[in-house]
Design a protein around this ligand. Sequence first.
Ligand SMILES: Nc1ncnc2c1ncn2[C@@H]1O[C@H](COP(=O)(O)OP(=O)(O)OP(=O)(O)O)[C@@H](O)[C@H]1O
Ligand SMILES: [Mg+2]
Length: 264
Amino acid sequence: MLRLRDVSMTFNEGTFDEKKALLNINLNLREGEFVTVIGSNGAGKSTLMNVVSGNLFPDVGDIYINKKQVQTLPEYKRSALIGRVFQDPMAGTAPSMTIEENLAMAYTRNKKRSLKLGVTKKRKELFQDYLKTLNLGLENRLKAKVGLLSGGERQALSLLMATFTDPDILLLDEHTAALDPSRAELITALTKEVIEEFGLTTLMVTHNMQQALDLGDRLIMMDKGQIILDIHGEEKKQLSIEDLLKEFQRIRGEQFEDDRAVLG
Ligand SMILES: Nc1ncnc2c1ncn2[C@@H]1O[C@H](COP(=O)(O)OP(=O)(O)OP(=O)(O)O)[C@@H](O)[C@H]1O
Ligand SMILES: [Mg+2]
């Protein structure tokens, strides 16, 4: 469903600030595979998401989504294939628009022009049904401006908007990191539910190693623009934080430095 072949990406190439953010990335995700991505600050996790979404373009390499070659397509031409939730609760939704307007926008993202925009009665009922599944009472607040919602409510809404069009790929970039622990837990549970229900092929970046172990069926660790560890199946189920730290030290010959990742 997602395939990256020899993808590299350099910022500020040829200047003093040159930074190789991705180095020869090869990655294949089967349909329905749920992959958690860990790695310290600056490892290249967000850059990986950005080249998949079309927010950034790789210097070299091929990217396929559902067999379609996309690496030169602009973001808006890939948007129907991709659902995305960012770390910043402000990023995924339009604050000055109402809940129903935001949902209508997401809903029509990959529909034909004739079906575009507007909140019809039928659509309103549909949105209410979707919102009910969040158990946050948002179905009774369709006319509320999204800017008035709490961070957790906005992330829940973003998640819904990212998934209810059944994208080929779901990209989650530390989407629970800005929330307090109980809200983060709620969004994590919702995430798991939606991914399972729709069988979504997912790449989820997290700084929390425990979360990366608990969720998904495959785990990759990135460091300095490379995928240095790729674990799935039974092996992933048996894995502990200690194993991950040991593996990192074995591969890199140095300690993994990120207390937030280890302590959650
Ligand atoms: N727009 C940019 N211009 C220049 N350098 C950038 C840019 N975006 C990212 N980088 C650099 O590329 C490298 C990878 O960044 P990236 O944001 O992908 O890391 P990350 O793994 O998501 O880190 P974090 O855990 O902090 O979010 C870093 O060294 C970063 O400083
Ligand atoms: Mg990042």
